[in-house]
Design a protein around this ligand. Sequence first.
Ligand code: HEM
Length: 298
Amino acid sequence: MKIVDDLHKEFNGFFKVWTGFEPIVFISKPEAAEVIFKSSTNIDRSFDYKFLIPWLGTGLLTSTGEKQKKAFLDLLLGMAEESSKPFTTADIREEVDTFMFAGHDSSSSATAYAVFLLGCHPEIQEKVFQELYSVFGSSDRFPTKADISQLTYLECVTRESLRLYPVVPVIGRILVEDTELDGYLVPAGTTIDINISAIHRNANHFPEPNKFNPDNFSPENRAKRHPFAFVPFSAGVRNCIGRKFASDEEMILLSTLFRKYKVESLQKPEELQVEPDLVMRPKNGIKVRISRRLYPSD
Ligand code: HEM
């Protein structure tokens, strides 16, 4: 099968629906395809959603027989029926919209930046592949929760990508009390912008702040750092509710892609344009060349 057919099979169904991560193939050769990955809000409703039920409804990562979890929509519908102050259909819709908005472009952009950075750093990509091979061998089975917990280096890669490209670059808060900030008294009621991008590139916490170095997230280095030096999902009571879900989907997507394919970025980091917005997307997607991997045993 041509690589382009494989990619479409892999991404245009499951991954596109799930994360909005969509490959647009512009050059296709037998051995490699050149592809732009873009965030897609164009969700394919014809896709067979049965595939997603285990994830959303029961937690695909649990083995059969374990306690089943309720899906988010089931919980909302349950609240509408049971609560003394029931949720209206409009309330439910609003919650679903928030989740769709907050959970779609954020995850697909985070994944795109990780693919891009691995495509710029073949030596780090090779380490990722070696880790994947040690867990999966040449199997192309779907990852389980146990598999993902073993992918500690890939997890460092996802964190380091979010450090360099925090897809929510700025968050805002309104001060509820007078607060002293760096010797200045800032009155209650002031809106404060928290610049996550700047926090993540502070050389006091990350010695070479502009270098892609997944070892920044080794257990030893994490233990030495201030807990708020890395806050891609914000912190405190209003932090990202989808954090675990986002991390799982990114790990599944990257582990599937890099197990089977080699990726080469066709842009340098300084050429990549980002769109500054609520979610910082790659402006024109990321451009990569993808070729099939030969397993060491082949
Ligand atoms: C890499 C992916 C993601 C990143 C970097 C991210 C980041 C963030 C950040 C920084 C906030 C806090 C905003 C603030 O403090 O003003 C936030 C809030 C939120 N996120 Fe995420 N997010 C991601 C994925 C997701 C996913 C997959 C979902 C849902 C499935 C989600 C749902 C939400 C919701 C509902 C809130 C608002 C929480 C509240 O206000 O209490 N996010 N996210």
